[in-house]
Design a protein around this ligand. Sequence first.
Ligand code: HEC
Ligand code: HEC
Ligand code: HEC
Length: 431
Amino acid sequence: MNRWKKRTLSLFALVLATGATVLIFSLQPEIVPIAPPQASQFSAEQVARGKMLAALGDCSVCHTRAGGQRDAGGMMFETQFGTIYSSNITPDVETGIGNWSYPAFKRAMRYGINREGHYLYPAFPYTSFTIARDDDLQDLYAWLMTQPAVKNRPPRTELHFPFNIRQGMFAWNWLFLKPGPVPANPQQSEEWNRGAYLGEGLGHCSACHSPRNLAGAEKGGHHHLSGGNAEGWNVPALNARSPAPIPWNHQQLVQYMRQGYAPSHGVAAGPMAPVIAEGLSQLPDKDLQAIATWLASFQPSWPDHSSEVSRQAEQQMMLADSPGARQFAGSCMACHAQNTGPKLYGVRPSLMLNSNLYNDSPDNLIRVILDGIPHPATPALGSMPGFRYQLDDRQIAVLLNYLRTDLAQRASWPDLPHRVQLIRQQTEATP
Ligand code: HEC
Ligand code: HEC
Ligand code: HEC
C-alpha cells in the first residue's frame, strides 16, 4: 500500500469513527410510557400556578389550530426548511402526551427531545423554555395533565432533506442550545432577575424579538432583543435599539402588557395581540411589574415628553396640506383625530408615537391598513376596519408617506407602491 492510499484509508477511518460517535451520542433513549397520572396527584395550588405558566408560555397560542380544540395541536408553521405542525399536548394517551412521565416532559422542555427520543424543531421555543426551573416545570406538567384529553393526530411534519432527519438537531443543539437555568445577575435587583427569568424563559420574548441567523437560531450578544420577524410582521426591538420615539418606561410597559395599549406608544396588533390576550394579560401584577423592570432597564431614562411630541405632531398635522394629508383626513381622521373631539370608539391610538412609523420597515403599517385589526388584544381597544377594497396600492403608499414624513418626520420609505402590492398579494388568502 503506498503512502497516499494509507492516508486516504486513515482519513476514511477517522470520518467513520466521528460519524459513529456523533450517532451514538445523538441517539436518545425512549422514556418508558406511564399510565396517565391521576388529577388527585396534584394540588389545586400547583395546577393554578401551572396555568399561569402556560399562559406566560403561550402554549395554547401555538398548540391550538384555528377552529380546533384547545391544545390539540395542528397549527402550521411555515419555515424556510419546510412546514412544521405543532403537537397535541393534551393528556390523550394515543395522540397527546397522556403517557409522558414528568422526566419525559422535562427533557422536552429543557433539551428539545420528546418522550420517544426524537429531536424537536426549534419552532417549539425550547431554547428559551430550557431555563425554566424544575419547580415551575413541575407545576406546568401538573396543569397540562389535568386538562381535558382530546383525541387528534396533527398532520406529520415533513421538512426538506436534510432537515427531515431530526437527528441533525443534535449538531444544531450543540451549537445553539445552552441548556438549564441561568444564574441570577448579582448586579441587578431581585425583581429584575425575576423579570429576566420570566421574559427570557417561559415568556420567550426573544423568539420573536431577536433576529435569527441562517440556521434559524436566535442571534445573541448585542443582537439579543434587537428586533426580528414573526409571521410576516416586523417585530420591534425591545433593547436600546427600540424604534419608539419616546423611551418605554416601567409604567407604560405594564399597561401595554396588561391591556395591549400604552398611551405614549400604541397598541399590540398582529402576533403580539395573542401574546397579550392569552398570555401576559392573565399574569399576576407582580409578574408584569418584574418583566417591566427588566425591560425598562434597557431604555434610556428620559422624562416622558409624549404630550409635547403629540402636540407638535398635531400642529404638523393641521398644517400639512398634501394628497397624503387629505387621504388621511378622509379615511382615518374619524377615528384617529388625536385628542380632539369625543372618544367615539375604542382607544383611537395616537399614531404619531407608534413605533411602526419609526421602524425601517413599513410592513406592519401596510398590514394594518389592508386588513385592519379584527381581533384586538383586549376587547376594550375596539377593532379597526381594513381598507383592502377601499384604497388601491398607490393611495396606501401616499398615505404611508404622509405618516412617515409628516407625522414621524423621517425620510420616506423607498419603493412603497411595490411593497404594498407585494404584501397585498401575500395576505390575499388570509381572511
Ligand atoms: C411558538 C410556538 C410554540 C409555543 C409558544 C409552544 N410550543 Fe410546544 N411545540 C411547538 C411545535 C411547532 C412543536 C412540534 C415540534 C416538532 O415537531 O419538532 C411543539 C412540540 C411540543 C412538545 C412535544 C410533543 C411531542 O409529542 O413530541 C411539547 C411537550 C410541547 N410542545 C409543550 C409546550 C408547552 C408546555 C408550551 C408552553 C409552555 C409550548 N409547547 C409552547 C410550538 C410551540
Ligand atoms: C409571536 C411573536 C412575539 C412574541 C413571542 C413576543 N412579541 Fe412582543 N411584539 C411582537 C410584534 C409583532 C410586535 C409589534 C406589534 C404591533 O406593532 O402591533 C410586538 C411588540 C411588542 C412591544 C411594543 C414595542 C414597540 O416599540 O411598539 C412590546 C413592549 C413587546 N412586544 C413586549 C414583549 C414581551 C415582554 C414579550 C415576552 C413576554 C413579547 N413581546 C413576546 C411579537 C411578539
Ligand atoms: C373605525 C375607526 C377607525 C378607522 C376609520 C381607522 N382606524 Fe386605525 N385604529 C382604530 C382602532 C380602534 C385601533 C386600535 C385597535 C386595536 O388595537 O384593537 C387602530 C389602530 C391603528 C394603528 C396601530 C396599529 C399598530 O400595529 O400599532 C394604526 C397604524 C392605524 N390604526 C392606522 C390607521 C390608518 C392609516 C387609517 C386610515 C386608512 C385608520 N387607522 C383608520 C380605529 C380606526
